[in-house]
Design a protein. Structure first.
Lengths: 292, 292
């Protein structure tokens, strides 16, 4: 087991902070104002694409930010997202709804739309979510979940360690400081494990620390577990539900993804995210289509 | 490990069938017709309550049936439900929306409402779901998920085996043929395991076989794992997402529920359901509030 302290910090000159970073700028949402309450304009950046598709975690973080601004509570606690059509870089609009305001939790819904050739809105993703205040949570922790056994940061693989780990050009690689556990990156070096596992160190490239919104990115930012099962290709997310379980401490995250059942044309991906203080800060599960 | 064949079949005289059973009658929905497309009336039965609250799995099955009737596809594939307020036995209305019709999958949304003293609708549960055709799925199965190790049916505990396993009067006990693995029912017999695990044989009391809709009930029908961690009390479901992974074969189900992280006032419950042919037919995860 490796502690986060072994991971080198990025160069201070490039360092992003929460609120002033590449991630914050690219997930910014602009409220349309009093005439259209709960409606936000956004621009999907080409910087978070895998080949030509906008990453599903980035999209979720963007919708998550709109809900964070629209709801009485600020932090995502449980977020269920259904992916309806593939997003492309360019303008988007997010329409939010306050479903129910509660004392400790509020429920909201949001959809992100882009535009067809006639300017009509096309829905890309629809989200149902409960928001709360993670800083106000009880400090009680009783967990049997075990920290993933990931080698030290310097022994893990970066995007340029292997022979083109991700096929095609993927802009998102430059946004992330992703270091893959070599025992789960056999697909990149020609020695498949055959197991549905993927583990990595995760940070944003400019060193911005994690917050609940960037956790929504991190749950869907690793290569698909299907790669390690010998199934290269597009693994479209159908539905992705994330539980943010605690405020992440500063420092790099460890992400562990497991697939236990690939069947009937679908597979699930369970992600766990651990912070630098060895705390389980997020759990997610997605249902995805099996690569063909 | 035990095979389903060891579980005794219910007496044929009482036997329900899919479409003609207690479960089907109590989850019936009546379309309001052409004037209000996608709107269904229903009656929440007092037969599926735990103490005085309507069981969340029963509610989900009822909303799931409305979506099954409203959408172009019939079978739930992934269903995310947010629980907004506690349901009570009595009349309800379900409003469905076809979000997107696809070739192999369709997306729908539904809300179930009851009525306040002035007759105004109060939302109980909101659901986002993808429906498909499970019989048309690819036959490919690659799974590392392991069948739960549950003792033979006759060595498991029924509701009347222990000293009042569920506190208070719970009508749902009579609707189910639930047999708890004694190693996870320490709370009922005064010998807590302390582990967040709950396992059981599950069938409907009248012997009706499982279908995708009854799986939506089964994922939330066992006692809370928190009981086995020494936390007795109400464990309110906040969000519950279920993936139906295959059509269940006839015969009793085995349900295994695990909690790995109780923290910050919340816990997750991961359920797996296995059919009589040892196939993983459903996976679910819920976020619930910790009993106080």
């Amino acid at each position: 087991m490796t502690t986060a302290a072994q991971a080198p910090a990025p160069a201070p000159a490039l360092r992003g902070t929460i609120g002033d970073s590449e991630f914050d700028r690219d997930t910014a949402v602009r409220p349309r104002g009093a005439a259209e309450p709960g409606v936000f304009d956004a621009e999907l950046s080409a910087g978070w694409t895998i080949i030509s598709a906008v990453n599903g975690g980035y999209l979720l973080a963007l919708v998550g930010r709109a809900l964070s601004e629209a709801l009485p509570h600020r932090d995502p606690v449980t977020v269920s997202a259904h992916y309806l059509s593939a997003s492309v870089p360019g303008p988007a609009v997010i329409r939010t709804e306050l479903v129910k305001a509660g004392r400790t939790l509020s429920t909201g819904q949001a959809s992100l739309y882009q535009f067809d050739e006639n300017g009509a809105e096309v829905e890309r993703i629809r989200v149902l979510a409960r928001y709360g205040d993670l800083a106000a949570q009880s400090a009680e922790v009783r967990t049997t979940a075990a920290l993933p056994d990931i080698p030290a940061y310097e022994h893990c693989l970066s995007a340029d360690s292997g022979p083109a780990p991700i096929p095609g050009s993927s802009a998102i690689v430059d946004r992330l400081r992703l270091r893959l556990d070599p025992t789960t990156a056999g697909w990149a070096v020609g020695a498949l494990s055959g197991r549905g596992e993927m583990r990595a160190w995760f940070a944003l490239a400019d060193g911005r620390d994690a917050d609940p919104l960037s956790l929504l990115l991190a749950v869907d930012a690793l290569p698909p577990t299907a790669f390690e099962m010998g199934l290269m290709g597009w693994t479209p997310t159908i539905e992705l539900t994330t539980h943010v379980r605690a405020l992440p401490a500063p420092g790099p995250l460890r992400v562990s993804i497991t697939t236990r059942n690939l069947a009937g044309g679908f597979l699930e991906e369970d992600a766990e995210i651990w912070d630098s203080e060895d705390r389980l800060v997020a759990q997610s599960r997605q249902l995805a289509g099996t690569p063909r």
